[in-house]
Design a protein around this ligand. Structure first.
Ligand SMILES: [Zn+2]
Length: 342
């Protein structure tokens, strides 16, 4: 038996076969046929080594090991060639070793974030969220809110009328009226939503903006409850060190009415650009529900009181994030919007 000659023949047949391999599957089979420990052709030859003449054994053993290395090298080489030619034939072939491309991740609009935060704070205080139509009648938007046709407050809320009697709501107050008609006291709701006014667009005005109003109706509800509620809200929204200041004001649907300021959370009251050096920032309007509203929804006003408040979500968002121009909210420039994260 000439083992050296057999190894030589084996090498020749391997070289012929590997040249014919054209895919990974064929290469795997080829490796098995030659190198498999149990039935590989080269393994068979190596098992014969102990039987041959000791003089030849060292040379044959060395030769067999060389052939094993050669087979492994050639298999690897051929595998690379096959991959390269597959890639060349199909340039869009997916290379799973390349770093991936992250799909773009969505994020919330800053106004949505603020709206959710406001809702969360009031829900923690036991409020439920009410929704209402954006298109409503003159009656619900104005008259039921104690703003009759000749009332000067209508001028301050120049409106988009769809027909003589129908308009885009100018505030979320009609949701309060709808809710009172649907429910019986006690009531504790907030109503966030879009409102519309014919304002010229500038850094602080847009014809559409967002409000949230709150309404509490029950027996024994006092102005102190209003103040306590708004104080709690201001602490949770702007920080526990902000102070509250109420100033008498007029809104047709409340009596008495108050504008509510918080101490400037940016300069801590020392005076800055945002608070116009006053140390105070106006954030909302509020008051005790006008008895005329109870009349209109058919409540017996004996012993019944309530408070209401309303604020601009856009304005709160401007303040909270130090944004200077409210138009940025509606231009949908992703470079702006995406800064507010998820
Ligand atoms: Zn300030």
């Amino acid at each position: 038996m000439d083992l050296l000659a057999e190894l030589k023949a084996l090498e020749a047949s391997f070289r012929a076969e590997i040249a014919a391999c054209s895919d990974d599957h064929a290469l795997t089979e080829l490796r098995d046929r030659y190198l498999s420990r149990k039935r590989g052709l080269l393994s068979d030859k190596m098992r014969l080594l102990p039987q041959i003449d000791p003089a030849q054994r060292a040379v044959a053993g060395q030769r067999a090991n060389e052939l094993k290395r050669l087979i492994e090298e050639k298999l690897q080489e051929r595998a690379s060639e096959i991959t390269a030619s597959q890639r060349a034939a199909k340039p869009d072939l997916i290379d799973v070793t390349l770093p991936g491309i992250r799909p773009p991740r969505g994020f919330l609009h800053p106004i949505t974030k603020t709206r959710r935060e406001i809702c969360r704070i009031f829900m923690q205080m036991g409020y439920s969220i009410e929704d209402g139509p954006e298109l409503d009648t003159d009656y619900f938007n104005f008259e039921a809110a104690n703003i009759p046709p000749d009332h000067p407050a209508r001028d301050a809320q120049d409106s988009f009328y769809i027909s003589e009697d129908t308009l885009l709501r100018t505030h979320t107050t009609p949701v309060q009226i709808h809710s009172m008609l649907r429910r019986k006291p006690p009531i504790r709701i907030i109503a966030p939503g879009r409102v519309f006014r014919r304002d010229a667009t500038d850094a602080t005005h847009t014809p559409m903006f967002f409000q949230v109003e709150g309404l509490v109706v029950g027996r024994g509800i006092s102005f102190a409850h209003l103040r306590g509620t708004l104080q709690t809200f201001a602490h949770m929204m702007f920080g526990s060190d902000v102070k509250l200041r109420l100033r008498p004001s007029y809104f047709p649907f409340v009596e008495p009415g108050a504008e509510v300021d918080i101490s400037c959370f940016l300069c801590k009251g020392r005076g800055c650009r945002v608070c116009k050096d006053s140390g105070w920032i106006e954030i909302l309007g509020s008051g005790m529900v006008h008895p005329a509203l109870f009349d209109r929804v058919g409540y017996d006003p004996t012993g019944l009181t309530g408070f209401a408040f309303g604020m601009g979500i856009d304005r709160i968002t401007l303040l909270k994030y130090g944004i200077e121009d409210t138009r940025l909210f509606f231009e949908n420039d992703l470079r702006f919007i995406s800064q507010f994260g998820g």
